[in-house]
Ligand binder design. Structure first.
Ligand code: BV8
Length: 256
């Protein structure tokens, strides 16, 4: 094993032999694409706002202009970024697991759309997407201007005359039913869960690691830092995901 990173042999062997693989990602997997993680999203213009306060229905009701400006700034930022080697490694992992008849489910908390752009075929977007928007009253889809064009007005207005909002799940909102169903179905039958770049503090996603472990799955955590889930994971691989994931997937899939 290269001496500059964690020992990947045992987790790679577990990944190679797994029949049911679930991957859970958070904002950290997109950090090396240049997308700030949720807690350090507030840079420059947004430095004086707390994202946890902006990502709520109450904030949108109170100040729809500010909230839609923030999300459109993030939409255009995400569109301008590219998948990084960590995203590409997860797309390769999906192909490798499926090629040998295994099942693969990617659960992401990220709203940036980078897993699909990297080649993962059907990511479960637990917290929705900042790339699609809808009428806050009728729920009807309202397409934003193609990046890099911003919305012409804030808040954008729907045909029903209501403010248009991003298709993200705010704090205090329930996750999409279909996303929860797919998550619990995959977690109930997986034998390996790979958690990448999440602080594991936002529920219900953070609890997925415990659900998989309780069902007998072995778990791998890739993160530069410890998280509240570190004590229960089988392997904690410390380092940036754009560096660790390509090595881990190469060790697991070999020349495939
Ligand atoms: C729910 C979309 C049922 C929006 C997000 C009181 C009232 C209501 C609810 C609650 C409440 N108290 C608690 C709750 C539950 C609440 C919750 O969990 N709160 C927490 C803060 C305690 N959850 C909810 O509200 C959920 N809904 O429970 O519905 C309900 C309903 C009503 C009442 C009760 C229950 C909805 C949660 C979804 C919120 N929306 N995103 C948007 O993006 O704007 S969550 C948002 O924060 C992101 O999606 C992200 O996943 C999450 C955490 O942010 P970050 O920390 O930045 O990101 P991440 O976690 O991914 O951490 C970054 C990690 O990367 C770090 O560990 C770092 O070390 C690592 N890293 C850094 N660099 C790298 C790296 N890793 C690898 N490589 C690197 N290079």
């Amino acid at each position: 094993m290269p001496d500059d990173g964690p020992d990947l042999q045992a987790p790679a062997e577990a990944l190679r032999g797994a029949r049911g693989v679930v991957v859970l990602t958070g904002a950290g997997v997109s950090a090396e694409s240049g997308i700030p993680t949720f807690r350090d999203t507030m840079q420059g213009l947004w430095a004086s706002f707390d994202p946890q306060q902006l990502a709520t229905p109450e904030a949108f009701a109170r100040d729809p202009e500010l909230v839609t400006r923030w999300y459109d700034h993030r939409r255009l930022g995400c569109a301008a970024c590219e998948p990084n080697p960590g995203h590409l490694a997860l797309a390769r992992l999906e192909r490798g697991v499926c090629a040998r008849g295994g099942s693969f489910t990617l659960l992401t908390q990220n709203v940036d759309g980078l897993h699909r752009r990297a080649g993962n075929t059907d990511p479960v977007e637990l917290h929705g997407s900042v790339m699609t928007w809808r009428c806050s009253e009728t729920g009807e889809a309202v397409a934003p201007p193609p990046p890099p064009e911003p919305w012409p007005e804030f808040p954008p207005e729907s045909l029903a005359g209501a403010p248009v909002r991003p298709d993200v799940v705010w704090f205090g909102e329930t996750l999409p039913e279909a996303a929860l169903e797919r998550s619990f179905e995959a977690l109930s039958s997986c034998d390996l869960l790979l958690s990448v770049g999440t602080s594991a503090v936002v529920y219900p996603a953070a609890g997925f690691i415990e659900v998989a472990a309780a069902n007998g799955a072995r778990t791998i955590e890739v993160n530069p830092k410890d998280t509240p889930m570190t004590p229960i994971v089988t392997w904690a691989l410390r380092g940036p995901s754009a560096h660790i994931l390509p090595s881990l997937v190469e060790a697991a899939l070999g020349g495939e």
